[in-house]
Design a protein. Structure first.
Length: 86
């Protein structure tokens, strides 16, 4: 919701446009999460490795930790190009 409101106030849109922003953000959310997984600053939450026995690529993801963590806000600002200046 923060992303939606940030874009809403940035564009000074009407409440009707807010609905459009919500839909746009939701459509981009899977891509945002994918970017977050590969951001080196988020290595505490997402780990990628190769199984030594099967040689299969594996991953451990901790979105619960990520959503409570310290990097999500900066990831949102960067990914969605939110203007943080007042």
């Amino acid at each position: 919701m923060t992303v939606c409101l940030g874009k809403y106030f940035e564009n000074k849109g009407s409440i009707v446009n807010l609905n459009d922003h919500v839909e746009q953000v939701l459509s981009e959310w899977p891509s945002f999460e994918n970017d977050a997984k590969y951001n080196a600053l988020n290595s505490n939450y997402f780990r990628f490795y190769e199984d030594p026995e099967t040689k299969e690529k594996r991953s451990e993801v901790n979105f619960e930790g990520y959503y409570k963590g310290r990097t999500m806000n900066s990831d949102l600002i960067e990914y969605f190009n939110l203007n943080t200046e007042s």
